[in-house]
Design a protein around this ligand. Sequence first.
Ligand code: GLC
Length: 529
Amino acid sequence: MPVDPLDVDWWREAVIYQVYPRSFADGDGDGVGDLRGVIARLDYLNDGSERSLGVDAIWVSPVYPSPMADFGYDVADHCDVDPLFGDLATFDLLVRGCHARGIRVLLDFVINHTSDQHPWFVDARASRGSPHRDWYYWRDPAPGGGPPDDWTAVFGGSAWTLDVATGQYYLHSFLPQQPDLNWEHPAVVDAMGDVLRFWMARGVDGFRVDAVQQLAKPDIGADAEVVSLIGEGRIDPRVTGHLRTVRRVLDEFPGRVSIAEAYVPPEELAALYGGAALDAMHLAFHFEFIRLTADGAYTPWDAPRMAALLRRTQAALPPGALPCYALANHDVPRFRSRHDADGRGPERARASALFLLGVRGVPCMYAGEEIGMPDVVIPAERRRDPGGRDGARTPMQWDRSAGRGFTSGHPWLPFGPIEVDVAAQLDDERSLLSLYRRAIWLRKAEPALRGGDQAIVHEGASTLALRRQAPGARPVLLALNTASTPARVPLDGEFARVLLASDEHVQLKGEASARTLVLPALAAAWLVP
Ligand code: GLC
């Protein structure tokens, strides 16, 4: 079914799928994925039948012309496609192909910085008096030389790089090849607004807005780091202001969506939505499950921690705001590997599918998670990313042929284990892919899962049950056991049937109001009355 342009609130009930284009499918045999490759795989994503995954939208990581210092997050031209990925005509075909299948298309809006090769920055550095000079942040060296202060960049090192010709330092929250734009300058705001209009006029349905936390800088001279990408970040009120400006541009086009990327705790999320007015981003990523916490570890797969997080999230979000959950993306190790210290990552990955698609909010899944791709150990000579994130970016494994159905050439990053592939899982009812497919299609059929309210109805030492309910529809219970031993969840008689389970040994015992759900180790289930 094609997308319905009148359905302007489509995103509230959508399942979003992140395509990292370098690694999804290679249409021209150069070993790097491209837009033609994505187009060739659209039926896998959604062909209207339950044989396909059934996702409602794709978010495509950057495909703009770029020197690729940060693999496209260093944009040299906001309004074109890098020849590595295709061209604008191919992009239009992608949008058409998606829309015909009911898939919306979101682009990555790299708001905080450009490439140092972008014409704006090339002009800015040409002289101190250049028209674009103030589109970026420039400072004189400290008295006696050296960077103006000791701010550090997210990828390490000083956040300031000296431009020798003009004798001043420019600011970069990320790599030196990614100078930060000055969002306090009205011309920057206007120019970036026009970028959004350019893509929306081509039919793009929205944007994942990159690194918004960095949009406001600490006061110059303050003895502070540039807020780190991974850490206890806060959202400055100036960030909300800039996001409101972005939202006003999106509102010129009906039915578009924006999703903010910021690695902040749930308490900071409200500021991304614009508070109670909900006039900034439509959605904000909830990264608490993939963010390195203060103790330097990822949030463990642990029911009490999850219950506490859900409660914090519920309390922090303004009424009407939906969280956008991600359990993986191109910046963090794969879920299965992150939770595999005891070798049971694959079981947790199955349960996580029912959690992600069953919890209240908009789920955003990362390509390859649905087949349980592990993080791949990359030999030193093949490492590409200055941020060390290659392991989560290896090519999608479509089949077990030499090029894994990804490429007819030599892949830009090595493949993972050969036995993890789409083709085998498509035909296996018990595979992770089949579980994802069933969960996504069942979610579409259950209003309670798509858009219902949520109440925590049970918490145990290793168990959690969430009751989802929408007006006029049957409720659904999401139950989880995060222990490596079986556990029981008492039921009050309302739920009598297992709709979907991550483990075939999930059982209901007892009768009527004395019913108990028996969850094997690390299992999750959806129940209905
Ligand atoms: C975001 C992207 C990441 C990139 C960074 C700088 O966090 O997800 O891949 O390196 O922003 O643009």
